[in-house]
Design a protein around this ligand. Structure first.
Ligand code: HEC
Ligand code: HEC
Ligand code: HEC
Ligand code: HEC
Ligand code: HEC
Length: 407
């Protein structure tokens, strides 16, 4: 019975192939006009994909567009209502936008002797039109629509007055300014989509539009909406769970910033907490148990709900210490003599470094000591993150470095 069915199937298949071949012979071509033979002469042209970079262009920048089309002997024609083409090379074009913010359209026509296909390509200049899902809306949306005074706490007002909200100011003027800064100083830069393509989120390419500047709700909670502006159902769950452990580390780290010298030390909080990243003088340095004891990452100590009700200042919270430190007073950090000790050591090292001559500064002992001083200074926790590591690094530097001016 099974054999019979298989035989029938094979017969049917053979007959179909025979018919197709006969038809092809009749038409005179090598194959038929079926969808199974897309690249055969006579097949309709299909524009399969348009790649566009950047996705939303700023005035003065240029846009690159590639089309991938199916068909034979293809030729292309490009047209734009505004702006002008700098280069057209078959399926590739470079386009310069006009000197004003617009939403416009570029059209590409793929054609051969028998067929043609037209593809309109919407283009935005200095205007944010999201192309990918999920997409970023910006904190003002979250604040105005939901997370204001009337709706579970004044999240927006709290955030608005923090350094996070202002994290873009100063970046553009920085001598090291480049696109890599955006990952930690804006919303939504550098996400990777399902195809592994970098998703620049359309909001900015040269510089971020104002709406996506700074560290905003979606930098930590993830993108809020779909392309139609509908809020994602699961967005409430983004406020809790695993994300906490990575929510801060992604940005509060020096990983990936090159070159990793003192001048470039940036935000080494993750490294200090873990007990790495200092110059260790080939010694075995100790590390505080905080990294093992603290199970909810930075948020364990930096989500001060007692102060304003929702913790979004992310200031270090004196009440959080009381869970583990009997001597903590819950009001400030003066109870910790260890923190005073580290602050004093840092001051002492900085004083020594300030006496270094120009000659000293050319040699490694100065650079090692300067690295550790900057590391501790940028960590800015006076040893609260990792008392033992900070203390031993600073002590080793004070011991090793001696400014020649003092001799
Ligand atoms: C890996 C994430 C990351 C990258 C990449 C990054 N930054 Fe930062 N940046 C931070 C964090 C976190 C802080 C906050 C440090 C602190 O408050 O202790 C910061 C602080 C700053 C500050 C100090 C802000 C102030 O007002 O004092 C400036 C300026 C700055 N960054 C500029 C830049 C520039 C320019 C680039 C690109 C060359 C850059 N950053 C790349 C994470 C990053
Ligand atoms: C720097 C990262 C960061 C930013 C920016 C941020 N959040 Fe949060 N948010 C968190 C973390 C972390 C928690 C969870 C804290 C916890 O559970 O202890 C949280 C919790 C929440 C919660 C749930 C709080 C609760 O009490 O259950 C809401 C709602 C929320 N955030 C909304 C917002 C809104 C709205 C903004 C922007 C105005 C924002 N967040 C900006 C990191 C951030
Ligand atoms: C998208 C990147 C990013 C994320 C995620 C992020 N931060 Fe920040 N954070 C920054 C930058 C940039 C600054 C510096 C802003 C400035 O000074 O201009 C900063 C500043 C701070 C400051 C200094 C605030 C002040 O008033 O001086 C604290 C504390 C802080 N972050 C804690 C956290 C904690 C805790 C988390 C995780 C819940 C977190 N951050 C997540 C980028 C980030
Ligand atoms: C054990 C509790 C604890 C943990 C965990 C912790 N911090 Fe801190 N952090 C502190 C204390 C305490 C200070 C010092 C505050 C002061 O002197 O006012 C501080 C200072 C800071 C500062 C500079 C001071 C400020 O508010 O501008 C930043 C930025 C910071 N921490 C970020 C982080 C980040 C990012 C993480 C996670 C990688 C983290 N902290 C983990 C307790 C902690
Ligand atoms: C989850 C528990 C836990 C929390 C929360 C916690 N710590 Fe600790 N901390 C420890 C443990 C454990 C040690 C090492 C044991 C010890 O020596 O007391 C330690 C050590 C320290 C040290 C080194 C001084 C010493 O005597 O070893 C300082 C400084 C410190 N913590 C500051 C803080 C501050 C400030 C906070 C609150 C912002 C805080 N810790 C919150 C568990 C915690």
């Amino acid at each position: 019975m099974a054999d019979h069915a298989a035989m029938d199937g094979r017969l049917a298949w053979l007959t179909a192939v025979g018919l197709a071949l006969a038809l092809a012979a009749l038409l005179g071509g090598g194959c038929s006009e079926s969808e199974n033979c897309p690249n055969c002469p006579g097949s309709p042209i299909v524009i399969e994909r348009v790649q566009i970079f950047p996705e939303s262009v700023t005035i003065g920048d240029t846009l690159r567009i590639w089309v991938t089309a199916r068909g034979t002997d293809l030729r292309y024609q490009w047209a734009a209502d505004e702006g002008r083409f700098l280069l057209i090379d078959r399926d590739f074009a470079r386009w310069k936008p006009p000197a004003n913010a617009v939403v416009t359209e570029i059209t590409v026509l793929a054609y051969n002797d028998e067929h043609s296909a037209v593809q309109p390509i919407p283009v935005t200049v200095n205007t944010y039109v999201p192309r990918h899902e999920p997409t970023y809306t910006g904190a003002h949306y979250c604040g105005q629509e939901c997370h204001s005074v009337s709706n579970h706490g004044d999240y927006f007002a709290t955030w608005e007055n923090t350094a996070h909200a202002a994290a873009y100011a100063g970046v553009e003027g920085d001598p090291y300014f480049n696109h890599d800064c955006f990952a930690c100083h804006t919303v939504g830069w550098g996400d990777v989509n399902e195809d592994g393509w970098i998703r620049h989120n359309g909001g900015f390419d040269e510089v971020p539009i104002e709406r996506l500047q700074g560290v905003q709700c979606e930098s930590c909670h993830g993108p809020l909406s779909d392309l139609g502006g509908q809020i994602l159902d699961d967005h409430a769950s983004m406020a809790i769970g695993d994300f906490l452990l990575e929510a801060c580390d992604r940005c509060h780290t020096d990983e990936g910033l090159v070159p990793p010298d003192a001048a470039n030390l940036h935000a080494p909080h993750t490294e200090m907490l873990a007990g790495e990243g200092g110059y260790e003088y080939d010694r075995e340095m100790s590390s505080s148990p905080h990294k093992d004891e603290i199970t909810r990452g930075c948020v364990t100590c930096h989500f001060p709900t007692s102060a304003d009700g929702n913790g979004h200042t992310f200031a270090a919270d004196p009440t959080s210490c009381t869970a583990c430190h009997a001597e903590a007073n819950g009001e400030d950090f003066t109870w910790s003599t260890a923190m005073t000790e580290v602050a004093d050591l840092l001051e002492q090292l900085q004083e020594e470094l300030s006496r270094a001559t120009e000659e000293d500064q050319r040699y490694l002992p100065y650079r090692w000591a300067n690295h550790n001083a900057t590391f501790a200074e940028k960590d800015a926790s006076s040893g609260a993150h990792n008392y033992l590591y900070a203390k031993e690094l600073l002590e080793a530097s004070i011991e090793d470095f001696e400014p020649s001016g003092s001799r």
